[in-house]
Ligand binder design. Structure first.
Ligand SMILES: NC(=O)c1ccc[n+]([C@@H]2O[C@H](COP(=O)([O-])OP(=O)(O)OC[C@H]3O[C@@H](n4cnc5c(N)ncnc54)[C@H](OP(=O)(O)O)[C@@H]3O)[C@@H](O)[C@H]2O)c1
Length: 229
């Protein structure tokens, strides 16, 4: 995982599970996690399997996904599928969209795959910036579109979009990265507004604030969750 304050802004904290007998946890459907081969995505995979989700893990590195899947299947007895896909490749991205549209067991999408940058705008390669926008913004948007209608139709489902503190402090790191995460923040807030009254809610599910001495960190994680009756 990238270190704190490196190319990503301040990190978010994924919820912890604590010790419990994972074999007694009932399944909660399937979670599809992008960028699951390392870092925050791999931590989500670990925590969600231990909370009773079957998993579909997506990233480019087949071997790292396979190793994580083996470990989690052994530790949790959950079903863990892996799909090797480059989300900047249109064909690969379309495969993941199809999976989200056609697999009704999927109850949770974690849009985590993303890249960051620390270089000032004028020193940055525009091709790299374009790639970043396509992954952080384009792929995340298409996958949200692929998942949300099914969740609404089935009356439940969750989308977690991983943003960054740079969404609200764009001067901290590379401006294109900050802009991409500001998009994620705005999209998630907009979904919150749009889904109100449609049986689903879009809510800020985790907002971390550190003491002033270490600066204010707002790890932006948004979820669309079914309204509980
Ligand atoms: N770490 C932080 O401090 C921090 C802070 C704030 C926000 N974030 C955000 O959190 C998310 C994860 O960050 P991280 O620190 O965990 O990064 P990381 O360890 O570098 O993991 C990034 C993940 O995304 C995957 N990925 C990258 N490019 C991809 C592509 N084209 N197609 C498919 N998968 C791709 C990588 O897998 P492969 O290489 O195998 O494809 C990897 O699994 C990002 O959205 C980042 O912006 C991180």
């Amino acid at each position: 995982m990238a270190s704190l304050d490196s190319q990503y802004g301040r990190p978010m904290v994924a919820g912890g599970l604590g010790r419990q007998d994972v074999s007694t946890i009932e399944t909660k459907g399937t979670a599809l996690i992008t960028g699951a081969s390392s870092g925050i995505g791999a931590i989500y995979a670990d925590r969600l399997a231990k909370r009773g989700y079957d998993l579909i893990l997506v990233a480019r590195s087949k071997n790292r996904l396979a190793a994580l899947a083996r470990r989690l299947e052994n530790e949790t007895s959950r079903s863990v599928e892996t799909i090797s896909a480059d989300l900047n490749n249109k064909t690969d991205l379309a495969r993941i969209e199809t999976t989200l549209r056609t697999n009704p067991s999927i109850t949770l999408l974690v849009n985590n795959a993303g890249v960051g940058a620390t270089t000032p705008l004028l020193d940055s390669d525009v091709e790299k910036m374009d790639e970043m926008i396509r992954l952080n913004v384009g792929a995340l948007t298409r996958l949200t579109y692929a998942a949300a209608p099914g969740f609404v139709a089935r009356g439940g489902g969750t989308i977690v979009n991983i943003a960054s503190s740079v969404a609200i402090s764009p001067e901290t790191l590379n401006g294109v990265y900050g802009g991409s995460k500001a998009f994620v923040l705005a999209l998630s807030l907009s979904l919150n507004h749009e889904l109100a009254g449609k049986g689903c809610a879009c809510k800020r599910s985790c907002r971390e604030q550190r003491p002033r001495s270490s600066g204010t960190s707002r790890a932006c994680r948004f979820a669309i969750s079914p309204l509980r009756s």
